[in-house]
Write a protein that binds this ligand. Sequence first.
Ligand code: SF4
Ligand code: SF4
Length: 489
Amino acid sequence: FQTIVLIRTTTRINHQSTIVPLDPLNRTAFEPTSFREPQKKYSTVGSKAREYKLKMLQRRDKIKEEFENSQFNFIKEGYPNFGIITSGVSYNYVLEVCDKLDIRPPILKLGTTYPLPEKLISDFIKKLKGVIIVEELSPYLELNIKALAKDINPNIKIIGKETGHFSEAFEYNVPILFDVFREIYNIKSDIHYNSLLKDRNILKSMLPKRIPVFCPGCPHRATFWALTKAVGGKSSEIAFMNDIGCYSMLLLNNEIYSKLNPDDLLLSMGATLGTGSGVSLASKEKVISVIGDSTFFHAGLPGMVNICHNNEDVTVIVLDNSVTAMTGQQSNPNTPVGDSKKKIHIENILKGIGFEDLMINDCFDAKNCIPSFKSALETKGPSIIISRGPCALWNDRNKRRRGEKIQPFFVDQDICRKCHTCMRDFYCPAINMEDALAEYTDENNKTWKGYSSHISPELCDGCGVCSIICPYTNHEERSAKDVIKPYKT
Ligand code: SF4
Ligand code: SF4
């Protein structure tokens, strides 16, 4: 059909993993061809657009015909004459619930939902007394099937969102379908999902919260630690524009980073800059916009141009971790990837746009980053900080590939003061607490009693920031007196 195909997957499908047996891959060598093809279909404006619209409608009708007999749309015969129409992952829930209730209703599973195979649907519903439409979110199938039923089978009972049996919100699951099917098919069952779910929720409330956190050695943790210190007690005076990347996790760590107001705004890739500009015009708070290096290249450049051109009062922090970390460490124009590609330097772009006073921080030198954040927040007009430090996972992987050692840090248990500043202030998952009570008396005869901190060497990435934060470690002149030390000293 020479058409674009959209394969629409949903959360539950996207979050599965399994072994997929593949047929042998039949690779054909790529042969460049001429771009100039006879149909000349790539200029789609003006009178050409009118011509293509007609062609597109003809193509749609042909596709619809094809879908009437497609292997992706099929009927599982059954009884009684109260059927089910479903698509996507909901089909799996339907099968599981039918199995649990021991019922075998006729099921129409749609694998292609646009254009709808109307004849197939009409044939399916014409003899039914009723049909349950099981589709997540908007009632697309339900409304279309209702329209078809008006002519084909006006008395059919259609159970779905409009009857209040299902919600338009959120994903479905087995318990949701179970209750509806039990009611419609009038089945008694010993399974009571509601009480099971209640028990599950009680158990869940007894467990400690396990929010997703930044990895050990993550540069973002160091950046946000320094930024939090710079904001100090003035969090009511800042508005925080977040963006899409690992740093979006600030929102889930709202309690930890509450001083930054991480729940102020998080919309879509690159939105931090445009919204930051708008908010800076309309609000009395000082705007901080954070953006990762990948997002900067993907969707940040127009926003940066606007901030510079309009002289907006926004502090932009570019979180430069060298790689597209969140989606699996793909390279971006800022990643050093070898000779065939050219690394584009963020600072060169920003200077080219017209930002003259750039600040570039080594984010792992966390204490020394605080003054630059403070100065940016005090600046009227645009201020830009590149907060630089490689993604820990990417960096460690590269080190392993090069055969370099990852040097962890350790807490000297004999002199740890058990103050827990390292844990309370920094939340690195590699730091935890010893089980046994311990005591240490320092040179001033002060005795410290409690549970010492401990660094798990297998988790520690050796970023060293905890040794900067520990009040009893002098990271600038390392010595045996330091509580947190690199293993090599
Ligand atoms: S390692 Fe340092 S910050 Fe952590 S508990 Fe010990 S003395 Fe305190
Ligand atoms: S050096 Fe400290 S902060 Fe860095 S990963 Fe290790 S334990 Fe965490």
